[in-house]
Design a protein. Sequence first.
Length: 121
Amino acid sequence: MSEPYDPYIPAEPSAAVRSGNAAASSTPNMKTAAIQQQIDDTVGIMRENISKVSERGERLDSLQDKTDNLAVSAQGFRRGANRVRKKMWWKDMRMRLCIIIGIIILLVVIIVPIATKFHGK
């Protein structure tokens, strides 16, 4: 019965090693070691990438919270600005009405005596 292939378990010594040809068996071991080193490097890079993605996710969550707070502040500012705008519009309208009433009173004060003076003669 044969066992499944596992790249992390070194292979059994081949017939070449048993016969004394050590150079033939060292080449596959060096290739295996080089491939294992590449795999280890790749695993390390992937772990770094996962760590960076996790940090980025945390920063995105923080940025999302700040964006939500900014949106709430903007909405409050918009309400306050509309309230001030309406208040200033009423204040401006009262001022215009006061000026118009003042002009009408002034005209009445000027025109009524002149009209009564010419009408009375």
